[in-house]
Structures are given as structure tokens and as C-alpha cells.
Design a protein around this ligand. Sequence first.
Ligand SMILES: Cc1cc2nc3c(=O)[nH]c(=O)nc-3n(C[C@H](O)[C@H](O)[C@H](O)COP(=O)(O)OP(=O)(O)OC[C@H]3O[C@@H](n4cnc5c(N)ncnc54)[C@H](O)[C@@H]3O)c2cc1C
Length: 458
Amino acid sequence: MTLKRGAVSALKKIYGKNRFKSELEDLTCYAFDAVNGRYLPDAVVFPECPDEIAQTLALASEMGFPVVPRGSGTGTTGGSVAVEGGVVLVTTQMNRILTIDTDNFIAEVEPGVITGDFHHAVEKLGLFYPPDPSSAGVSTLGGNVAECAGGPRAVKYGVTRDYVLGVEAVTPLGEIIRTGVKTAKGVVGYDLTRLLVGSEGTLAVITRIWLRLLPLPSSSATMKVSFGSMEEAAAAVTRIIASGILPRCVEYMDEASLECAMTIADLGLPKGCRSVLLIEVDGTQSEVERSVEGVEDLVVAAGAIKVERAESEAEAKRLWMVRKKVSPALYRFGPDKVNEDIVVPRSAIPEMVKKIESLKREYGLPMVSFGHAGDGNIHFNVMIDKKDAAQKLRAEAVVEELFTHTLALGGTLSGEHGVGITKRPYIGKEIGEAELSLMRGIKKVFDPKGILNPSKIF
Ligand SMILES: Cc1cc2nc3c(=O)[nH]c(=O)nc-3n(C[C@H](O)[C@H](O)[C@H](O)COP(=O)(O)OP(=O)(O)OC[C@H]3O[C@@H](n4cnc5c(N)ncnc54)[C@H](O)[C@@H]3O)c2cc1C
């Protein structure tokens, strides 16, 4: 228990009985993220306004207990779990979409808004918010900003960072700050907004977000392309990107992912299919038709065995539903998931696919890969039983080899899931000591007492 009695009564005073929880059954619900657990916090609180968060953080800095910000807990690297105990601060009750400014294409939201709800709200007004993590039905915009979430549409439209104009946040000392602008551009002072985006809840708690919007594309088409091998699918991705056609999504599933996908719905795959690309293009009707034809020619030349276009919006939605449920379906291969989201230059995807195939042969563990092939972001999973020490060691060796190869190809260890606790041992492989020391210095400036989300990243 890291909470002194004085801290408990002060927190109860801020949150009242209903929004302060410390019973075991409540704490247990917040001891996990999507992959990591079980780290029991001492208490869970549900703020409704920035002022309550400011009081909580000022108290934590004064009395020395950890505070862990949390949205929906869909993170996969342990960012939202209370590794050192303390208070988990859940933002899901701060969930108002405050404005959608259709003249200036800017929205103002609280951090607990569910990403998918925000998509629907802006789309009803003919606007478009591109970042679409596959967890959008559950994840919060605050969690998306803290992780700099990506998603299938990042190929064409970029990631969360590209849409955050500014934020309001509370520093670990309890000060409420505003960063960035509410205009289309702005360059006054250091870019604190970019610093906070992707900071994994270690520098400040985000309490309000100003997001840039786009006009909703008038037309789109979704294609399912089947290949006889993962190598051919990877080569097709490289050809598409090099051709100058820019689809909004190019997702791939390998043979093991397809096995999981088929447990969710029958994809009607042709005989001999060992990999599928889901490709989506958007724009005006004529642009879409041109892109579909171009993509068709390229994938056929790359060896596709079947090219199908979704005939209705419902069919396209069904394909995406299956793709987005692949990650949770992987547990059929083992009770525990070692989950990585490396990125390589797009031209290096075929080389990375070869490496993954050789790791499968060498280590004999179930390995599944799928992901955002269009931007080189490969979700690579080794399914094991962590209680089996030998399997755990082999999985660690696989990850070590995967990371070394990724960096040798000019890639990065995480495209969108962050470092959290799971990639912490490896951060020094990618980032130099001088840069790490600057990052630690920044952390110290924001959080001199080290109370905000300790044990994460470094
Ligand atoms: C099935 C599945 C599919 C996924 N697909 C994708 C994908 O396509 N793309 C992608 O990028 N990610 C994906 N993810 C990962 C995850 O959904 C994202 O990282 C998401 O942004 C996390 O949002 P959340 O609300 O669940 O945050 P949480 O998991 O609760 O928290 C994540 C991190 O953000 C911090 N945080 C949360 N709220 C705040 C706040 N208000 N202020 C400061 N820090 C805060 C936490 O401390 C933690 O470090 C997927 C996860 C799952 C389970």
C-alpha cells in the first residue's frame, strides 16, 4: 500500500464515495491492460473535471504516491497498469464532445470520448477524423493521444499526432497548462503539444484536446486480395506503394491470422490462399474507380490468385470487423501473447517477411503476423504459455532477433503501441545515451517527484 491514510481521506474528499474505489473487486478490474497484468493499484478514481485531477496530482507530489492515467485500458505495453501501486486515474467520465466547428474543421473534446463515437459524430456532419486504431470501438481519444495511435488509415492520412492541434493538460505538480493552438497553424514557442502526444501518460494528464478534421471523402472501395504466399503479398505492397497510387489502407494477414479470422467469419478464401491483403481506396467516384483498376493490375502482376471488391458497405464493414478481431482471436494458439509492432521501411517488408518465416522455422513457436503493411507496421505475435520458463526464454530470443533485424533494416521498435513496460528493456537498442538523457531530463522538469506513471518507458 503506497497510500498513506491522510491521502486516502483527501482523495475521498475530492471524489466522494461513488468515484473513489478501493475494494479488491474494483481494483482487480483496473489491474490489467489488453496484454499485461496483474498489477493491483491501491485505489481507482474517476475525475469529472481538470480541477479534480489537479488536486489529485498536487496531493500525489506532496505525499509521494504514484498516479497512473488510464482511458479504456486497451493499450498493449502496460502503460495504464500501476506497476508501483498508487492511484489509477480513469478518464472515461470526462467524455463530452464539446464542439465540432464545421466552419474551421476543428473539434474540441474531453479525453474520455470513445474514438468510434467521435468518428460517427463528425461523419454525420460530413467531416472525417482519420486515425482509426482497430480498438476504436473501445479506446479513448485521450489514450490515442497519449500513445500517438495509428491504425489502418495511417498509410494515407498519418497518425494521431498529425491531427492534434493543442491540448489542455495537468502537470504532475497540479498545474493546468494549455499547449498548441485552436487555429489551422501556429509556431509560437516550443511544440509542447508534440511532446505530450505519445508521452504515454508520463509527463501530464491530458484533459482536453483540439483536433483537426478533414472533409469526408465522397467515395471509397474495399478490396480483398488473396495470395498463395506471404512473400507474394509483401511484394505486392511494395509495388502498390512504388506505383504512386496511395490507398488509405493496406492491411495484411498471414496464414495463421487467416486461421484465426476464419473462426470469426467465413472469408470465402480460394484454395491455396495463404495470405490476404485488405486494400481500401478513397476519393471522388472517378478517383476511386481509377485506383481500383490500378491496384487490380498491380496485384495480379504480383501473383494474386483472386481479387474481390466488396459489393456493399455492409460487406466492407464485415471484412474490417474480421480483420479487427484477429488480435483477440490469437489466443487459440496459446494463453499468453508476446506482442510487438515493429515498423520497417515499406520497401523492406519482403525482407522482414523472410526473416519472420525463418524465425518460425528456427524456434518452432506459434508466431502470427498481420498489420498495417501499407506503412511497414507489422504486428508480430509469439503465442506462448508464460508459465513455461523454457518457452518464455525462447520467445525472448525471438524478440531480440526480430528487434536487431528491424533496426538493421532502418526500422523502429514500435509504430503505435509505445514502450510502456514491455519494450522498456529494449529502448537503448534504438535510442542513444545522449538522447535518453535528454528525455530523462524532460521527465524530471515535468515530474520532479517522479509520481506520474512511474516505471514506464525508462
Ligand atoms: C484489439 C486491439 C487492437 C488495437 N489496434 C490498434 C491500432 O490499430 N493502432 C494503435 O495505435 N493501437 C492499437 N491498439 C492499442 C490501443 O488500443 C491504443 O494504444 C489506444 O490508443 C489506447 O487507448 P486507451 O483509451 O485504451 O488507453 P489506455 O490503454 O487506458 O492507456 C494507454 C496509455 O495512455 C495513457 N493515458 C490514457 N489516457 C490518458 C490521458 N488522458 N492523459 C495522459 N495519458 C493518458 C496511459 O497512462 C497509458 O500509458 C489496439 C489494442 C487492441 C486491444
